[in-house]
Design a protein around this ligand. Structure first.
Ligand code: UT7
Length: 323
């Protein structure tokens, strides 16, 4: 018997304010046509004043708890993947814990930028497999609109805000790759690529800063590294790409998503795509896509899913799970 981290609930939250590509034409030398053609993005949601990463994370968490039929105090741990926490400290996760009125367990943040949710899933899986927690609320939540340079057309048209949440529960599996739950993971980072995607400020430099990206360089790494990490995780699970029901990729760019599926030998019919409606929501994009994919009726119990992401660091990785 093997203890598996099985998804028992999903939920998401998107701010009400929707901004179409055409909005950017008023202030920048850009066009709806360019943004769609180069990224696949058509619109994104931006947080209202007063909305923060922890409030959006809490809304997604409440939806996931309702979906699982659980109360906050049924949860042992909260892991929030974010690069845009409300405050320098405490963690967004402890703020979610308070907003949920959860009086037990423990909570912490994971910061691996756009790969954050994959890293958070791996952490939750390790907590469950080692018996340190049985039910873990894993959230990806971001307010990237607060770190945009609105004069930089090469970045500010790409990102959006939102939150997605999963509840993972320890369940006994047979120890085969037919079990439900997380079957294999693969994590990587290479700090030599810091300058490709970073925020030019922080606590020890005394300003919040803005996101800076050499988009075409990140693109090159993404196409090369995402299919590789997904295939590595599949190999560890003893599974082939032909057995995958859904790729649920980080939603940064439709061309990266298409390129990765092609490299894995899968058609776009096997990919959950939300980038057109959400833009790049960094660590929130995978849980948003999982929750939306389930709501659309795409993802069903027993489906084999591969999630993969890359972002600032560079940090990248993949998780293979059976829904
Ligand atoms: O989530 C974390 C990981 N991030 C990613 O995965 C993002 C990866 N990168 C990308 O998605 C793409 O590289 C972008 C969508 C950011 C850019 O697409 P691209 O095809 O790589 O374009 P580019 O950066 O090579 O720029 C091509 C041209 C440039 O003009 P010149 O130098 O050819 O005259 C840019 O100045 O497009 C110009 N450009 C724009 N034009 C209109 C850049 N941004 C815009 C814009 N509107 N918003």
């Amino acid at each position: 018997m093997t203890r598996r981290a099985v998804v028992v609930g999903t939920g998401h939250y998107l701010p009400k304010r929707v901004v179409e590509n055409a909005e950017f034409e008023k202030t920048l030398d850009t066009s709806d046509e360019w943004i769609r053609a180069r990224s696949g993005i058509e619109r994104r949601h931006f947080a209202e004043e007063g909305e923060t990463t922890s409030t959006m994370a809490t809304a997604a968490a409440r939806a996931a708890l309702a979906d699982a039929g659980l109360e906050a105090d049924d949860i042992d741990a909260i892991v929030v993947a974010t690069s845009t926490a409300d405050l320098t400290f405490p963690s967004a996760a402890t703020m979610v814990q308070a907003q949920l009125e959860m009086t037990r367990g423990f909570a912490f943040d994971v910061q691996a930028v756009c790969a954050g949710f994959v890293y958070a899933l791996c952490n939750a899986n390790a907590l469950i497999a080692s018996g340190q927690a049985n039910r873990v609320l894993v959230i990806g939540a971001e307010t990237f609109s607060r770190i945009m340079d609105w004069t930089d057309r090469s970045t500010c048209v790409l990102f959006g805000d939102g939150a997605g949440a999963l509840i993972l529960e320890g369940q006994e599996g047979a120890g085969t790759n037919q079990d439900r739950g997380i079957l294999a993971t693969d994590l990587n980072s290479d700090g030599r690529y810091k300058d490709l995607l970073y925020v030019d400020g922080g606590v020890s430099t005394q300003n919040t800063g803005h996101l800076r990206m050499q988009g075409n360089q990140v693109f090159r790494h993404a196409v090369e590294k995402l299919a590789k990490t997904a295939n590595t995780a599949l190999e560890r699970a003893g599974l082939g790409a032909d057995e995958v029901d859904w790729i649920v990729p980080h939603q940064a760019n439709i061309r990266i998503i298409q390129g990765t599926a092609k490299k894995m030998g899968l058609s776009m019919e096997n990919v959950v795509v939300t980038v057109q409606d959400h833009g790049n929501t960094s660590a929130a994009s995978i849980p948003l896509a999982l929750s939306v994919g389930k709501e659309r009726g795409q993802i069903k119990p027993g489906d084999l899913i591969v999630t993969e992401a890359i972002g600032g660091g560079l940090a990248w990785g993949a998780v293979v799970l059976r829904w």
